[in-house]
Each structure stands twice: as C-alpha cells, then as structure tokens.
Design a protein around this ligand. Structure first.
Ligand code: NAI
Length: 333
C-alpha cells in the first residue's frame, strides 16, 4: 500500500521504516503536518493514511480522503476518539488501530507521576540545583495502606492495579465491564461514588467517550476526599479543566498529575519554547506547585514504539490481503 504517514516525528520514521523492512511491502511517505482539512489533499492518490492521537479524522476530512482514493486509516495508537467511525463506514474507509502495544509504558508513567507528586521530586530537583537543601514543603506520605481508585480496568488500568497492589495499597476499581483478575489481585469493584469518597489517589484509565466526557467535573471533585491526588494519563477531555483548577485553588485537589490535556492538540508534541503561550487555562495549571504535567509521553518507550510500528504495518498488510482484520474499529464496536 502507498501510505501517507501524518504527524511524523523522527522516532516514528525510524521505527516504522525498521518494521516495514521486516517483510512488509508498503511504500511509506513521511509527512510532518498533522492531518486536517487543510492537509488532507496531501494524501491524494494514497491507499492509506497513518495517523496519531491529535490528527483530525472527522467527517469532512474523511470525505476528502475518500475522494482522493484513500480507503484505510491506520491509527498508530489505541484510542480512536478523534475518528468519526460512522462517516468512515459510510465512505467505505477501514479504520485500524493498535489495541495493545505496551500497557506497561502508560501504567509505569502513571506511577511515575504518583511518585513525583507525592515525594515532590519535581521541586526537589530544582532546589538541589539551586543549593537549597531544606526539606520544608517536600513532605510526602507512605503509599503503603493508602487507597487508590482506578477508573477503567482495561489493559492499562489492570497494570496499575498490579503495581499499586505491589506498593501495599488498597485498590478500588470502577468499570462497567468487570475483570475477574481484579478481585484475584486483591482489588475491589465499587460504585464511582464510593471510589471518589474513599480514594486518596484517583487515576483515570477509561477511554474518552460521550459517557466519560468531563467525568471529572465540579460535582465529582466535590465528592472526592479533601487533598485527593488526581492522575489523568488517559484523554484530556475526561476531566473538566476549569473544575480542576477550582479544586486546586480550594485545596480539594491536593495533587494533580496530567499526561493529557483537553486542548493538547494546540500544544503537545511540538517545541513551542520560542512562542508566547496563549492558552490561559494551561498557563494557570503551570502556576501550581502541586501540579506535574507531561506532554502525552505515557506511551513513549522503545518497546511501545517497536510494537506500534509492527502492529500498524501488520494491520495494513492484512487490509491489503483482505484478510479478517482483528484490529479494525467500527462504529458498532
Ligand atoms: P482498554 O480498552 O483496554 O480499557 C479501557 C477500560 O475502560 C475498559 O475496561 C472499559 O470497560 C473501561 N471503561 C469504559 N467506559 C468506562 C466508564 N464510563 N467508566 C469506567 N470504565 C470505563 O484501554 P487501555 O489500553 O487500558 O487504554 C485506556 C486509555 O488510555 C485509552 O482509551 C487511551 O485514551 C489512554 N492511553 C493513553 C496513552 C498515553 O500515552 N498517555 C497511551 C495509550 C492509551
């Protein structure tokens, strides 16, 4: 297949080229721009586009792609909230994704945020470099015995269950689809309300869907323990950022760790260090000492990138051979 690879970074080109040499016949053309209505024409004459989390794959873009002869969208990620699946189906465009590439990468990054916030590593790093060896303000807590609330116990959430049980935490979970491994690991399914009321740390691992959009709003924050630690490595819009800022200002939220942000499409994955930051909400988040933000890097391990590249090219090869497609996503689920 002739594939237009959008939002290409040097690491994408490296891993996809390597994987393609491993028995795949595809012609990969690497494009730096993000896919949107203005750039869709670059894919004219290409059989497939390969996209990432912030590419815009909505109905008008899909219509442009179909007109140009494209018949497949290969997501090099798990989440597909940026794709209009109904429009794709209508236009006869197959959508494939990488359902699992390394749940460990994201789960471990989640725990990195928890440990950083708890032990104030982000502040200690700067203090030491500044010759300030005082400990005031760096007081943490033992994770052992604390209650962690995990929203979404799919592949990533389950890894977080395992790791946090290893720390000796109580683990409460919420998921409409219960996984029997949770009780086997010593976790317990509870209502979302009970999870919010009891958890010292709430961490989000559900997908972004109409049901989970702003799942964490002002009402949810009010139901949480005072001083709760909130972690979101899933998708930005699961959290209402304005409500979170109010929660931080009142002290209801004691710690916030984000790897994703509602408006990250305008910021993440680019070097904007020479440009004035125009997003006032994001700027406000950066002012809190008890907030740590990373730029959607949860997935970013060597192992994950190798798996993403291998599965993406495998998906395209299966589509080309018209074999049953295990990693296809459809509007009907
Ligand atoms: P998964 O599909 O294995 O698990 C998601 C779980 O969430 C499922 O068990 C599902 O039943 C549950 N769920 C759905 N609606 C829910 C609700 N309303 N409340 C509670 N649980 C609900 O997905 P996986 O691989 O564990 O990934 C989770 C999310 O992590 C992805 O959807 C994606 O948004 C995000 N992600 C973030 C990355 C990063 O780099 N920060 C990388 C990969 C994924």
């Amino acid at each position: 297949m002739k594939v237009a690879v959008y939002s290409t970074k040097p690491y994408d080109e490296h891993f996809l080229t390597q994987a393609n040499q491993d028995g795949h016949p595809h012609e990969l053309v690497f494009l730096e721009p993000r896919l949107n209505a203005a750039t869709a024409a670059l894919a004219n004459g290409f059989d497939a586009v390969c996209v990432f989390v912030n590419d815009q794959v909505d109905a008008p873009v899909l219509a442009q792609l179909a007109e140009g002869g494209t018949r497949a969208v290969a997501l090099r990620c798990a989440g597909f909230n940026n794709v209009d699946l109904k429009a794709a189906e209508r236009l006869g465009i197959d959508v494939v994704r990488v359902p699992a590439y390394s749940p460990y990468a994201v789960a471990e990054h989640t725990v990195a945020l928890i440990l950083t916030l708890n032990r104030q590593i982000h502040r200690a790093y700067h203090r030491i470099r500044d010759g300030n060896f005082a400990l005031d303000g760096l007081l943490g807590f033992d994770l052992r015995g604390r209650t962690v609330g995990i929203v979404g116990t799919g592949q990533i959430g389950m890894e977080v269950v395992r790791i946090m049980r290893g720390f000796g935490c109580q683990v409460l979970c919420n998921d409409p689809r219960q996984n029997p491994e949770v009780p086997a690991l010593g976790g317990r399914y509870v209502s979302l309300d009970e999870l919010f009321r009891q958890a010292d740390i709430v961490t989000l691992h559900c997908p972004l869907t109409p049901e989970t959009h702003h799942l964490i709003d002002a009402g949810a924050v009010a139901r949480m323990k005072t001083g709760v630690m909130l972690i979101n490595t899933s998708r930005g819009a699961i959290v209402d950022t304005a409500a979170i800022i109010e929660g931080l200002k009142s002290g209801q939220i004691g710690y916030l760790g984000l790897d994703v942000y509602e408006e990250e499409g305008d910021l993440f994955f680019e070097d904007l260090s020479n440009i004035v930051l125009k997003d006032d909400v994001f700027a406000r988040l950066l002012t809190f000492p008890n907030v740590v933000i990373t730029g959607h890097q949860g997935f970013f391990t060597r192992n994950a990138l190798e798996n993403i590249a291998r599965t993406t090219l495998g998906n395209l090869t299966e589509l080309e051979a018209r074999r049953p497609c295990a990693n296809c996503v459809t509007a009907s689920g």
